[in-house]
Design a protein around this ligand. Sequence first.
Ligand code: CNA
Length: 389
Amino acid sequence: SSLVIMSDSSNLVNRKSKKEDEENAENEQTSSAASAGDQSSQRAESSVKDNPSSSNPSKIDVFTSFVESVGQSLKGAAAEAARPSSPLKTLDLAGIADYIKTRKPKNIIVMTGAGISTSAGIPDFRTPGSGLYSNLAEYDLEDPQDIFDIDFFKENPEPFFKLAKALFPKDVKPTPAHYFVKLLEKKGLLLRWFTQNIDSLEIRAGVSKEKVMAAHGSHATSTCLKCRKKYDLAWITKHLDSSALVPHCEAPDCDGVVKPDIIFFSESLPRDFFVKIVQDFPCCDLLIVMGTSLIVQPFAGLVDEVDSEIPRLLINREPAGPFRAHADAARRPTIPLEVCYGLGIKASHRDVFHRGDCNEGVLELAERLGWDAELEQMIAAGPPTTELL
Ligand code: CNA
């Protein structure tokens, strides 16, 4: 992936991995071979029709339909052979639980977004009504995304700091979904947790710092945009509580604006993020995605970095990214797979979309795995640390 800066894009559905392109190329070869077969059957048909010695049209029809049906069977068999067999018995949480129990993946990658923290009281961006983008009227912005745009921030930081009070609430607690990922780590199954969130709840849930890749930074520290002096969370929180809305640097003769170390649109992502992608994704043996609209790039594109045979699970209130195709195909169960392929709706053999709340989803998965008592114990015990990233 050559994407480096953070951006909001809605063309993810059209983004295809190299592997998928290769698969499609194979499918195209298969279908062109099949259509070559069609052409030869057409040639056979026309040569029979052109033959003046042919006196019985009904025999020609029988022969033509025979050739066509053979062509169709060959085409179907080729498509069947080209379709990889599923690593999952069923495309649901039961199938994922069975995969974990029987195939014993040890390099699980988890990808999360703001939806994993909404039950902790932190609004997400895009949920209609409660999401931050639905509640920006008071900020008088032309585009809601301006509030997280670095160039806009440099000119007018006030809207961001007004919103920061809602984004950085005090005393937030990790959710059951956060503890589920901690449980994966405890069981030695977590390779990495790639998060878009800036709330540090991954660390509060007790997950080791080296297991967490905070792709969009964290509000745990802040930096003066002028002299680069660093400030901690206590310092910025004190400012957010004070009447002076925009925090200014306290270094002598500086007075620069101090910005929390979260990545804004058009800013580069941490170098470590790209290092971790290259290190981790080729080894991933199960991808679990939760609480994200998979719109912000380059993060959203990571779902395509796992091998094409690796199962991918999305737990979310709505379908997102490549899981949309899966949800579409499920809604039209009467359409045969080949027709789905023809429409560009690629029914997946390894994607599971569980529509619903993240907490409810992980609790069901934990129950199916026989981990529910352990998970409930962790939730009841509460955050094991007050540490941040
Ligand atoms: P988003 O675009 O707002 O999408 C959130 C997704 O989660 C939506 O598809 C919702 O339907 C879904 N959702 C919301 N609540 C739940 C729930 N309880 N259970 C299941 N699904 C739910 O947010 P993304 O994370 O995709 O966008 C990336 C942005 C959001 C990143 O840059 C973040 O920094 C930013 N953000 C982070 C936080 C945080 O740190 N908690 C809060 C708000 C925004």
